[in-house]
Design a protein. Structure first.
Length: 213
């Protein structure tokens, strides 16, 4: 086997890892979404209405990321990292925020201060730094990938060829971040709405998913 064939085989093997990770993320996403859908409906009220809207949105974003990756539209998939993280933040603010925060969400005037909100969410929900770690994993991509910055532009070339060049490791990170996001929002919904059995199942599924990613 020549050197070129060796690298082709390695590349195919790594790409198959990405494909498997995306498929597995989709399967787990479907499983945890059903935990809430099976309840039929959620309590109403200003905070719950916002929460469920964010819940619905983050699952759609997650599916969009996986679909785009499947079709190799990596730039578009990476651009969704920031809105996914923003959705996770706002879902938590909808529950823990003040009445003033709630109104800014409804008036579409809420602006996320990432350096401040991570500590507030970790403290309010006793996450012990989990949200801080989650955000740190996505921080680099929050601006550049979404706003056509250098993170995106630098990956539009392979050498001197105008061919997209996103590494498998980077793609796996996007799958990891977006899937963590749906687990976090689903955890928030099931816990806040008192769906105790579903909350426990969501936690178990998160642990199961994490053991292989």
């Amino acid at each position: 086997m020549g050197e070129g064939e060796v690298w082709k085989e390695v590349g195919a093997r790594v790409s198959s890892i990405v494909d498997a990770a995306a498929k597995r993320a989709n399967e787990f996403g479907n499983k945890i979404e059903q935990l809430v859908l099976a309840k039929g409906q959620a309590p109403t009220g200003d905070r719950n209405t916002l929460l469920m809207a964010y819940w619905s949105l983050v699952f759609e974003f997650h599916r969009a990321v996986l679909c785009l990756i499947d079709h190799k539209f990596y730039g578009a998939a990476f651009a969704l990292v920031r809105p996914i993280v923003e959705t996770v933040v706002r879902a938590h603010v909808a529950i823990m925020g003040s009445e003033e925060d709630l109104q800014t969400l409804y008036n579409d005037k809420y602006r996320t201060n990432f350096s401040k909100i991570v500590t507030e969410i970790d403290t309010a929900f006793a996450m012990e730094g989990f949200f801080q770690n989650f955000l740190n994993g996505a921080k680099e991509a929050l601006h550049g990938y979404t706003h056509a910055g250098l993170h995106q532009l630098g990956r539009r070339f392979s050498g001197t060829d105008l061919v997209p060049n996103y590494s498998d490791g980077e793609i796996l990170e996007v799958i990891q971040t977006s899937t963590s996001a749906v687990f976090m929002v689903n955890n928030l919904v099931t816990k806040h709405l008192g769906f105790d059995e579903e909350w426990k199942k969501n936690t178990d599924l998160f642990d199961e998913w994490g053991k292989h990613d």
